[in-house]
Design a protein around this ligand. Structure first.
Ligand SMILES: [Zn+2]
Length: 398
């Protein structure tokens, strides 16, 4: 059953680790990967868990059609512990505040408006001491449940199903070692969003910028005309960037420059930024801003050394999907066949699927029926997860 399956998965600690250079980044992600491998085995499905912690499985369908893929990630976010998760199941929700264990925290419809729509539903919450890990174990549970039901359909009446479970999505390394041939599908869907009605085919284009400034240090008493304080030059650099283009002042398809960290003294100062925009042309302009400010300050402070390093992170899958619209047309057909409403939502972030798209497998993102990811207020809605199983299954029906 979906609920038991989900509860079984969230109790396993699978947090990834940004500091690690191994793949997967943490051994404990195998605790869930091995269990999934075993469960696939028990269902009689051929699977292979590779040396980097990528778990692939494939089931045959009607040979006249290409395979379609489903994908979810097993790791959980870094912002909050995923150890000893003690999920609470709230049946027949009455729209009141839900106390999260003995933590003193509570989930309130006044704070989280989504709850107001959920009268009578079954909610799964945390006990206030950890995250829930519905991101993305709701996705994992939905895919396993789709698979169980899929196997009951006659082979000739279904399309082939390719499954992929990845580690390390939360540290941006999910698509590492991705093997499109092994995956063996024409297109795929990640099950890693929130609302079941949302279809996500656009995400940010993403770059990072690293600024390093070398100043000139001298005793402050003798500094006139000589000292270049690297920290002050950095502050000026930051102030010259567009003031409105920051995460707290943007939404929808508006991009931003976000300073993640700064450090500095008189001799050295540095800052790390992430740059995001759905429109790659505007993103190029954001990069130009950084380059222009660098030249301006170099002229103003001869004798200082300013280095600027821009790196590519991920790209907007929309450009791939525009060229290969089958994945979009197919999922629209699925929603229409079921009589479900859908809405397109631009992702203000990235997904594994964005990178898969550029590696030859166009891959929109679908919902999980879970909300408030990455923290103690995370919760899942059982009925919405069930709806996702229905949608997931319909994808493969001829
Ligand atoms: Zn996720």
């Amino acid at each position: 059953m979906l609920l038991e399956r989900f509860l079984r998965y969230v109790k396993i600690d699978t947090q990834s680790d940004e500091e690690s250079s191994t793949s997967p980044s943490t051994k404990k992600q195998y605790d869930l990967l091995n269990l999934l491998n075993e469960e696939l085995d028990n269902l009689g499905v051929k699977s292979s868990l590779d040396e980097y912690g990528r778990l692939y499985a494939k089931v045959e369908g009607n040979k006249a059609y290409t395979n379609i893929g489903l994908c979810a990630h097993v790791d959980t976010a870094l912002e909050c512990s995923g150890k000893d998760v003690k999920p609470q199941v709230v049946k027949d929700y009455d729209l009141k505040d839900i106390p999260l264990g003995n933590s003193g925290l509570s989930l309130s419809p006044n704070e989280f408006a989504k709850l107001k729509e959920l009268k009578g539903k079954t909610l799964i919450t945390t006990d206030g001491t950890t995250l829930l890990g519905a991101d993305d174990k709701a996705g994992v549970a939905i895919i396993m449940e789709v698979l169980e039901n899929y196997l009951k359909i006659e082979t000739k009446n279904r399309r082939g199903l390719s499954i992929l479970f990845t580690p390390d999505e939360e540290i941006g390394r999910g698509p590492e070692h991705f093997d499109p041939v092994k995956y063996g599908c024409e297109f795929a869907y990640t099950i890693d969003g929130s609302e079941p009605e949302a279809i996500e085919i656009e995400n940010f284009n993403a770059k990072s910028a690293s600024i390093k400034i070398k100043g000139k240090s001298i005793h402050p008493g003798d500094a006139k005309g000589v000292m270049i304080n690297a920290s002050l030059v950095l502050a000026e650099f930051m102030n010259l960037l567009p003031k409105e283009m920051i995460p707290s002042k943007t939404s929808g398809r508006e991009g931003f420059n976000h300073v993640v960290s700064i450090s500095g003294d008189v001799e050295n100062a540095s800052a790390h930024y992430i740059l995001r925009n759905h429109d790659s042309k505007i993103l190029s302009k954001q990069v130009e801003d950084f380059e222009n400010i660098k030249s301006k300050l170099e002229k103003e402070y001869p004798g200082s050394l300013i280095s600027l390093q821009i790196a590519d992170q991920y790209r907007n899958m929309a450009e791939v999907i525009a060229k290969h619209p089958e994945c979009k047309n197919h999922i629209e057909k699925v929603f229409n066949r079921l009589g479900f409403k859908y809405v397109y939502k631009p992702i203000r972030g990235g997904t594994d699927g964005a990178t898969f798209s550029f590696k030859g497998v166009p891959c929109p993102n679908l919902g999980t029926g879970s909300y408030n990811h990455h923290g103690r207020y995370e919760f899942a809605v059982l009925e919405e997860m069930e709806k996702m199983v229905q949608i997931g299954l319909e994808i493969f029906k001829l």
